[in-house]
Design a binder for this molecule. Structure first.
Ligand code: 5AD
Ligand code: SF4
Length: 451
């Protein structure tokens, strides 16, 4: 029900889970300061755009949206437009907004998004633009209010920023240096989530394995997982993203011995050739990476391993690309998120000669996807006839008569069920596996687990 006295807000979110979570926080803060959510961007009095710079495509979509909002504001001059996230940290974008898009009222950063209500108020009161793109030198906030998008799983940020400086990546420039949240605060937040009935938490950071390195306490990511694994009521712990270079034996052992940390490892490979890995400044070789996945398979039987791969990095020869295909075939990933290299202004790779034609890049992407999709299908087919514990996330998006949830290995499973199963742990037998989805049937009554 809309409260006519309240102003309406809409947040458009691009990019990673970190951004999705920051938007959940901004929504809660804006609700506290008197705004009401609308799904319809056209009727909003306030539009917040939480942007992503990781590839050019994401930036182009935001620039398109800004063009539409310009027209919307011409018809509705009171409309407030706020732009934050990774694009807001880019000096070129800042310049563009000052010169070409002055209808954007507030520009805020990746480390001061929690100050958004105050910045909007300032823009309204002074009737002028407010520029505060901050990604450094800001005290990290404590526990913030969150409007959780799901009733089942919740995001929890554990570390901000990134110190890795992979040569293709814009993130270290947009999200600043690594800063870990105190373990006690994370623990309290997760206890509260478990008390509220969330069965799953997803720990977020650009490189969660670096957790604690900047803290004085005796803590690291493995120790944090051990602490959280003991929280009653919680069923599953996930985390993203981790760096293969920092995936220690201590961490693998901790995950193997834990009850709640899921048997899913997302390990961005990026490239399978040592030549390209070096140019990317990834800090591991193809041999190191393969050894790591073998160790994981030994210690955590049945684990799923997924990855990110970039094709067409500057100087990537056919031989380099074949090495990527070869490693993909050897590791046998459960899934891969694959991307065409996109030069990002300000990164070291953007100064390297982008010497591979767009056609060649597209061809490589297509070939890589074909190889990977076949492997994904084969791995998924091995699930057929077996029963898995599924955490039900809600109705299936493609067929609202059915339920959709995930295995601990992060496979999406769709199945029938009469009663309301959202947020329940159930056993489902897999009947038919496809590349992106497994289909099955409910095995028993709702599981009664003593968590
Ligand atoms: N071009 C293409 N893909 C990129 N990624 C990061 N930067 C770039 C870029 N410049 C990919 C990486 C990363 C994922 C989130 O996006 O694979 O893991
Ligand atoms: Fe995009 Fe990376 Fe920024 Fe996330 S951290 S919003 S993926 S550029």
């Amino acid at each position: 029900m809309q409260d006519k006295a309240k102003k309406l807000m809409h947040i458009s979110t691009y990019g990673c889970q970190m951004n999705e979570h920051d938007s959940e926080i901004m929504r809660a803060l804006l609700e506290e300061s008197g705004y009401q959510w609308t799904d319809n961007i056209h009727e909003a009095d306030l539009v917040v755009i939480n942007t992503c710079s990781v590839r050019e495509h994401a930036e182009k979509r935001v620039l398109g949206l800004l063009g539409n909002l310009k027209h919307q504001k011409e018809k509705k001059p009171g409309l407030i437009i706020a732009l934050g996230g990774c694009m807001a940290q880019n000096p070129e974008i800042q310049e563009f907004i000052r010169k070409k898009a002055p209808y954007v009222d507030v520009v805020f950063g990746t480390r001061n998004y929690h100050k958004l209500p105050a910045l909007i108020k300032e823009a309204e009161e002074t009737m002028s633009n407010v520029f505060e793109p901050t990604c450094e030198d800001e005290e990290i906030p404590g526990i913030l209010p969150v409007h959780y998008a799901s009733r089942v799983k919740a995001y929890v940020t554990i570390i901000y920023g990134c110190n890795n400086f992979c040569t293709y990546c814009i993130v270290p420039y947009t999200r600043g240096r690594e800063k870990s949240r105190p373990p006690k605060e994370i623990y309290e937040e997760v206890v509260r989530l478990a008390d509220q009935g969330f069965l799953e938490v997803m720990l977020l950071g650009q490189n969660v394995n670096s957790y604690g390195k900047d803290l004085e306490e005796d803590i690291n990511f493995a120790k944090l997982l051990k602490m959280l694994d003991r929280i009653p009521g919680l069923a599953r712990i996930r985390y993203t993203t981790s760096h293969p270079r920092d995936f220690t034996d201590e961490l693998i052992d901790t995950i193997a011995d834990s009850e709640k940390v899921c048997e899913h490892f997302h390990l961005p490979l990026q490239a399978g050739s040592n030549n390209i890995l070096k140019k990317m400044n990834r800090g591991y070789t193809r041999e190191d990476y393969f050894k790591l996945t073998e160790k994981i398979r030994q210690r955590v039987p049945g684990a799923s391993i997924t990855t990110d791969i970039i094709v067409g990095f500057p100087g990537e020869t056919d031989e380099d690309f074949l090495e990527t295909l070869d490693l993909v075939r050897r590791v046998r990933f459960d899934a891969a998120y694959t991307f065409i290299y996109s030069p990002r202004y300000g990164t070291p790779a953007a100064k390297m000669k982008d010497d591979i034609s767009q056609e060649a890049k597209k061809e490589r992407l297509k070939e890589l996807n074909q190889v990977q999709n076949q492997i994904t299908l084969e791995i998924n087919q091995a699930y057929e006839g077996k029963t898995f514990e599924i955490l039900v996330e809600g109705r299936s998006k493609t067929n609202s008569d059915r339920w959709s949830g995930r295995t601990r290995t992060n496979k999406i499973v769709v199945f029938d069920g009469e009663e309301d199963l959202e947020g329940k742990l159930v056993d489902v037998e897999i009947e038919c596996a496809r590349t992106w989805t497994l289909f099955g049937f409910l095995k028993n009554e709702q599981k009664k687990r003593n968590l």
